[in-house]
Design a protein around this ligand. Structure first.
Ligand SMILES: *Cc1c(COP(=O)(O)O)cnc(C)c1O
Length: 360
């Protein structure tokens, strides 16, 4: 960085690096099983008639469509530039820089801590237990937090939270903090949703996205579900035109009845591929499956994880290294792709193990 920038940049940002998203880490490759995207590409139409006008801040067709899909009221829905913007808005709206804290439970999704750090908000960490369950007493012992982020199904462990555990936490923080349940992968385990509990818990917030099961990561469209009071608070902070008109048009189409049916069929297919991949991987020498497969990815430990990772990347097969995450040394995460991609992954792993395999 230039001296000028070094002198002027906010002190809390000096040590940060730009986020190493899956797409930034690897731009080449042919099989992208590293970002939990859907392998499906679905057709949409664009009407450019009103592109000279600013878009609606909260397009009605998208809000009403998502409210119907999630079975909540329209007043309980905020549409944002991906769920990631929802995370940042919550932090900017409810946490005072240099003063307040969020709570996270690693290993988990990276953006909660990154958003907090960029806003100069503190991060309290209460690690998951060895079996990836929430450490409820330790979470409830943290009294100086404004937001509690809980990811379910959790990225990268694929586990869902115990309903009783979460209820205890939501009740414990009823008057002091918002409990944010990140349901980015909920379509893969629909029974686990907390959307129907919103009405009874005014401090509950749910994050959703079109990036995963809806196969629209390129769209950058996500949702925050919460009480109307929380949604109104977030509207004070959100940009005036957060949802570009083409995004609104495509999101509205994705939420029609027939496209929701298509989503369900694609999700069912990916669930079965994920299960097949999991069983196949479990049979491979030296591979230890971790967590669960409630989402569209599999987490596993392998003693030669960095060599395996390197080999797969050299073959254009991109997966995600999780070994820097809390308690996940030697762990890799692979997204369930289409049948051909999953088969190719298994073949490459077999080839690698046959050449250099570490014995179990
Ligand atoms: C992918 C992901 C997101 C980000 O979703 P966007 O809508 O693409 O911003 C949020 N939370 C978790 C847990 C994710 O894995």
């Amino acid at each position: 960085m230039s001296q000028l920038v070094n002198r002027l940049i906010n002190a809390n940002l000096a040590a940060l690096k730009p986020y190493e998203s899956a797409r930034r880490l690897f731009s080449g490759g042919q099989d992208w099983l590293n970002a939990n995207e859907s392998p499906f590409t679905n057709p949409y139409e664009i009407d450019s008639d009103h592109f000279n006008r600013y878009p609606s801040c909260q397009p009605a067709a998208v809000i009403n469509g998502y409210a119907a899909y999630a079975q909540v009221d329209s007043e309980q829905v905020l549409v944002t530039r991906g769920a990631d913007e929802g995370i940042e808005l919550l932090i900017r709206t409810f946490c005072q820089p240099g003063q307040d804290n969020i709570l996270i439970c690693p290993p988990t999704y990276g953006m909660y801590a990154i958003s907090a750090e960029t806003c100069n908000v503190g991060v309290k960490r209460v690690p998951l237990q060895a079996d990836f369950r929430l450490d409820v007493p330790a979470i409830c012992a943290e009294d100086d937090v404004k937001l509690v982020f809980i990811c379910s199904p959790n990225n990268p462990t694929g586990t869902t939270v115990d309903q009783g555990d979460l209820l205890t936490i939501v009740k414990h923080f009823a008057d002091t903090a918002l409990v944010v349940v990140d349901e980015a992968y909920i379509e893969f385990a629909m029974d686990a949703t907390w959307a129907n509990a919103l009405a009874s818990h005014p401090n509950l917030v749910i994050l959703r996205t079109l990036s995963k099961a809806f196969a629209l990561a390129g769209l950058r469209c996500g949702f925050t579900l919460a009480s109307p009071a929380i949604i109104q608070a977030l509207l004070k902070v959100i940009a005036p035109y957060p949802v570009p008109e083409p995004v609104a048009q495509i999101a509205a189409q994705a939420l029609t009845k027939e496209n929701i049916e298509r989503l369900r069929a694609q999700t069912a297919f990916l669930n079965s591929e994920c299960e097949r991949l999991k069983q196949e991987l479990a049979r491979r020498r030296g591979i230890e499956l971790l967590g669960d497969t409630k989402a569209n990815f599999i987490l596993f430990r392998y003693a030669g994880s960095s060599e395996l990772m390197q080999y797969l990347v050299s073959e254009g097969m991109l997966i995600r290294d999780q070994s820097k995450q809390y308690s996940l040394n030697q762990c890799l995460r692979v997204t369930a792709g289409n049948e051909a991609q999953n088969n190719r992954l298994l073949q490459l792993i077999d080839h690698f193990i046959a050449q250099t395999g570490v014995s179990a």
